[in-house]
Design a protein around this ligand. Structure first.
Ligand code: CA
Length: 427
C-alpha cells in the first residue's frame, strides 16, 4: 500500500521536474494533466509523505515516553528507537509466506532440494563437535537442528540484513501488527538491558526474525542461550549459540528424546478418513483400526503407547501420516503443517531415512484464493459452516469439507482440489 503511495510520489516529482520549463515529450505523449493538476497532486503526495514522517516521529516520542514510564531507562530507549526509519517492506502484507499458499508438495520438495541436502550433510560433518556438545545438553537430535538451520536461512546464508528495530518500529507505528511490533520492541529493550546482545547485532528479516535460526525478539529474549559462554548470545555468527538456542527452544516446548516425529502409514480400504486431524489415539489403537507403517515394518513395543494424530495433507491419494508429539513441537517453531513436514523430511533425509513413500497427487490443481472463498460460501450455504469466508483453509474449513464429504459418501479427508470443487459448486 505504501509502496503504491511512494510510487505516486516519485511519479509526481518526475512530472514536476519535467514541467519546470515545458511539459516533457513523455508527458505530452501520455496526454498529461494540466500543469496545475500535476503540481497539486505532487504537493498532496509530498504532504502525505511528510505527514507519515511526522506521525512516525510522534509515535517514537510516545513510545519512548511509555517505555520510560514502564521502567525502561530513557537513555537506552531513546538510543534504540530514535534512529529507526520506516521499513517499506515491513508495511506490506505478510500474507504471502510460502508455507501458507504453495501446495504442500511444492514446499516439501523445496525443503529437501539436492542443494539443501548436500549442504546439510557437509554442515553435519563440519559441526560434529558443536552437535556432540548440544546433544549432551538437550534431547533434540542434530539432524532436526540442521534441518531447521537449512530451512530458516539456508545454513546461515540468508539471514536478512534489515535493521530489526526499524522493521519492528514500522509494525508498531501503524497497520495490522502494532501490538506485535510493540511487544517485539520491548523484548529488544529487555535483551539490551540484560546485556544479551549489542545494538549493532540486531539485523534480520523485514519481519524481525534474527540470526541463523530466525528468532523473533520475544523468542530470542526467552529462549536464546549463550551456549559457548562468551558473554554474548551470537545467533548470527556462532553455531554453538544459534543451534544450541534452537535445541533449547524445542526442548522447552516438550521435545521427547528418541520418539518419532511423523510416520507414513497405510490404511485398510473403507477407512474412515474423518478421523484425520480430529482424533488422537495411541499407536496401539491406530493399529487396531488396521493402520500400519508404510514401510511394511511392524509397530515396535516402544511405539505402542505413544499418542498420535493422523494427517492427510493432500487427501487420500497422497501420503497419510501419523504425527507424534515432536511434530507439534516443531509447529511451535513455525505454526504450519507444511513447515513441520519439511523439517521432518529434510531431517530424515540427513540421517539417510526416507520419510515419504507415496507420491503426491501432483496432477491435482490447487484452488485459487477466490475459489477458496467461493467454496467457503457454498459450504456454509449448504449447512457446513466454515466460520467465515477468508480464502484460507484452516481447521474450521477442513471440518466443514469433511462433513460435506461424509454426507456425500466421499472419503472424508478434509482436502479439496479442482475436481471436487466443481462437484461441490454444482451440488
Ligand atoms: Ca556466545
Amino acid at each position: 500500500m505504501t509502496h503504491h503511495r511512494f510510487t505516486l510520489l516519485v511519479l509526481a516529482l518526475t512530472a514536476l521536474q519535467g514541467c519546470a520549463n515545458t511539459p516533457s515529450a513523455e508527458a505530452q505523449l501520455r496526454g498529461a494533466q494540466p500543469i496545475e493538476a500535476q503540481i497539486s497532486s505532487a504537493k498532496s503526495a509530498l504532504t502525505e509523505e511528510e505527514t507519515q514522517q511526522k506521525r512516525f516521529e510522534a509515535w517514537k516520542t510516545d513510545f519512548i515516553n511509555r517505555a520510560t514510564s514502564k521502567g525502561y531507562d530513557r537513555a537506552l530507549v531513546t538510543s534504540v528507537i530514535q534512529p529507526a526509519i520506516i521499513n517499506e517492506l515491513a508495511l506490506e502484507r505478510d500474507s504471502d509466506q510460502p508455507e501458507f499458499t504453495k501446495p504442500v508438495w511444492s514446499y516439501v520438495d523445496n525443503a529437501v532440494s539436492p542443494d539443501r541436502l548436500n549442504t546439510g550433510t557437509s554442515k553435519l560433518i563440519e559441526n560434529e563437535e558443536v552437535f556432540n556438545a548440544i546433544e549432551a545438553r538437550y534431547p533434540v537430535p542434530r539432524h532436526i537442528l540442521t534441518a531447521i538451520w537449512g530451512l530458516e536461512t539456508a545454513y546461515g546464508r540468508i539471514m536478512g540484513s534489515h535493521d530489526v528495530v526499524s522493521a519492528l518500529s514500522t509494525f508498531a507505528f501503524e497497520g495490522r501488527r502494532t501490538a506485535f511490533g510493540e511487544e517485539q520492541l520491548f523484548a529488544i529493550l529487555d535483551m539490551l538491558a540484560a546485556d544479551q546482545v549489542r545494538t549493532e547485532q540486531l539485523t534480520g528479516s523485514w519481519a524481525g526474525a534474527m540470526g541463523m535460526t530466525q528468532f523473533i525478539p520475544t523468542t530470542f529474549r526467552d529462549y536464546a542461550v549463550d551456549f559457548n559462554s562468551d558473554g554474548n548470545k551470537d545467533l548470527w555468527g556462532n553455531p554453538y549459540d544459534a543451534l544450541g538456542s534452537a535445541a533449547h527452544y524445542l526442548s522447552r516446548h516438550g521435545w521427547r528424546k528418541n520418539e518419532p516425529v511423523m510416520i507414513e502409514v497405510a490404511v485398510p480400504s473403507g477407512f474412515d478418513y474423518s478421523l484425520s486431524e480430529t482424533a488422537t489415539k495411541t499407536v496401539d489403537e491406530w493399529k487396531a483400526l488396521g493402520v500400519r507403517p508404510m514401510t511394511g515394518e511392524r509397530w515396535t513395543e516402544n511405539q505402542s503407547p505413544l499418542s498420535a494424530e493422523m494427517i492427510a495433507p493432500a487427501g487420500h491419494k497422497g501420503p497419510i501420516l501419523l504425527t507424534f508429539k515432536n511434530f507439534y513441537v516443531i509447529k511451535k517453531y513455525n505454526n504450519s503443517t507444511s513447515y513441520a513436514m519439511g523439517i521432518t523430511v529434510l531431517g530424515d533425509a540427513l540421517r539417510g531415512v526416507q520419510t515419504l513413500h507415496t507420491d503426491w497427487p501432483r496432477e491435482d490443481q490447487a484452488l485459487s484464493f477466490e475459489d477458496k472463498q467461493k467454496m467457503q460460501v457454498k459450504l456454509t450455504e449448504l449447512g457446513f459452516d466454515t466460520k467465515g469466508v477468508d480464502g484460507q483453509i484452516g481447521p474450521n474449513t477442513r471440518r466443514a469439507i469433511r462433513a460435506w464429504q461424509k454426507s456425500n459418501g466421499l472419503p472424508a479427508e478434509g482436502y479439496m482440489e479442482q475436481k471436487l470443487f466443481k462437484r461441490l459448486m454444482t451440488s
